[in-house]
Design a protein around this ligand. Structure first.
Ligand SMILES: *Cc1c(COP(=O)(O)O)cnc(C)c1O
Length: 411
């Protein structure tokens, strides 16, 4: 999004025009930005056979999936439903990694039947997998290296008490199961969480995976997960992917030499590919002065963008309708019957009733975490692609809310 003499635009499309055409609230995605993010990250790991598996739980709209498929990405999926969406978007099964947690064996069977790349994160499941498939179906193993990533326990998933992965200390047990059932382990995986700033976190985990690799002779890839920290506000320190890339490429090359085979290097970026490409455009319903602040109340809320309430996440907000207005201080709040707040004490160009505000970094974990709380409809989604705004999801309506409900006769 940039401010030009035509107002706020994405790829020459005026954002006020988008709300006129498609209404508000509306999620808007910048396809060029997604493509640029993809190539920036991929290029950072030049020198090894790197593959990016888009962690599609961040944003699963089928047009976004197709866009990334076109650029050459694979997919990381955490449910059989995400995998099916991926197939629908044109990914072949072998390009889709299946990395679920706390699922039943039934779902693993479905994933095998679809031909997905299977990632196992629990010892009992591994044993069952071996029992069922022996050496006929390979699998990847999700290890937990017990590394604390990021500053927030909600988004850190690699620490000692995390529910994810098989402990790196249990490799001897994994090995026993693998050898007993002749399981072909084709990959080792770790994902330590979000908001990783520097190469050291990856390198610490990588070293542990390299050591573990000695126990598995059939590896074809190593998957270092994701968690690249992105910029949410001015002055945020962000992951320098080029610096991280150089260090990891060097260490991975050395590992491959030791291992005696050039493995593929996989990452599973979610946020990094789509966060800064998305904006939630909302309309101001009220401007309310209280004794201590001025509230700008908008026609959206935690039902559409949960991150501020769930993670205390900062999302930058911009008044798209009044770029030259005098700056004043506002608390931007939602219309849900909770104290749902998008941002406290924000300096915005003067906000008037009817003004359109853009909530930034809404591409990742925005729409995909939205709900119908308060029986509100979820927003439409629009993608700016080649200088044109395309509707990629219709706004919901009352029929949508009613479609699975069954009215019983009350006597
Ligand atoms: C959520 C998730 C990711 C993506 O994390 P980001 O912080 O969005 O990049 C990658 N891998 C797995 C297994 C995940 O669960």
């Amino acid at each position: 999004m940039e401010l030009t003499n035509k107002g706020y635009t994405i790829g020459d499309v005026n954002l006020l025009q988008v709300t006129k055409e498609f209404g508000a609230p509306v999620y808007v995605y910048d396809a060029d930005q997604i493509v640029a993010n993809y190539h920036e990250l991929k290029d950072a790991f030049k020198g090894v056979d790197v593959h990016l598996k888009y962690a599609c739980k961040a944003l699963t709209n089928i047009s976004v999936l197709k866009l990334l498929k076109k650029e050459g990405a694979g997919l990381d999926t955490v449910s059989i439903q995400e995998a099916r969406l991926g197939l629908q978007a044109g990914f072949s099964a072998s390009e889709i990694l299946f990395t679920p947690n706390s699922i039943g064996f039934d779902e693993i069977k479905q994933a095998v039947d679809l031909g997905l790349v299977i990632n196992i994160d629990e010892l009992n499941l591994l044993e069952r997998f071996g029992n069922e498939y022996g050496n006929k179906v390979p699998c990847c193993i999700r290890l937990n290296p017990h590394i604390m990533a990021g500053g927030n326990s909600h988004i850190s998933v690699g620490h000692i008490d995390s529910k994810f992965g098989i402990s790196i200390y249990q490799v001897p047990h994994i090995k026993r199961i693998v050898e007993n059932y002749s399981i072909k382990v084709n990959g080792l995986h770790m994902h330590t969480g979000s908001d990783i700033l520097d190469a050291d976190v990856f390198l610490k985990g990588a070293k542990l995976l390299y050591e573990a690799a000695n126990s598995f002779p059939d590896l074809e890839f190593m998957d270092f997960g994701s968690g690249f920290k992105v910029k949410y506000r001015e002055g945020d320190v962000v992951a320098d992917v080029n610096k991280i890339g150089k260090k990891i490429v060097a260490s991975f090359k050395a590992f491959c030499k030791d291992y005696g085979k050039n493995l593929q290097l996989w990452f599973e970026p979610g946020k990094y590919l789509v966060s800064n490409a998305g904006f939630l455009l909302v309309e101001t319903n009220i401007v309310k002065q209280t004794t201590s602040t001025v509230f700008a109340g908008v026609n959206s809320g935690q039902n559409h963008l949960l991150r501020p309430m769930m993670y205390d996440a900062y999302h930058h907000i911009v008044n798209v309708s009044n770029p030259k207005g005098m700056e004043r201080i506002y608390s931007v709040v939602g219309y849900i019957c909770e104290s749902d707040t998008f941002g406290y004490d924000r300096r915005l160009n003067e906000v008037r009733v009817g003004d359109v505000l853009a909530i930034c970094n809404a591409g990742a974990y925005g729409f995909s975490m939205s709900s119908n709380y308060n029986s509100r409809f979820r927003p439409a989604e629009v993608m700016i692609y080649k200088g044109k705004a395309h509707l990629i999801r219709k706004r919901e309506d009352l029929n949508y809310l009613m479609q699975n409900q069954i009215e019983i006769e009350l006597s």
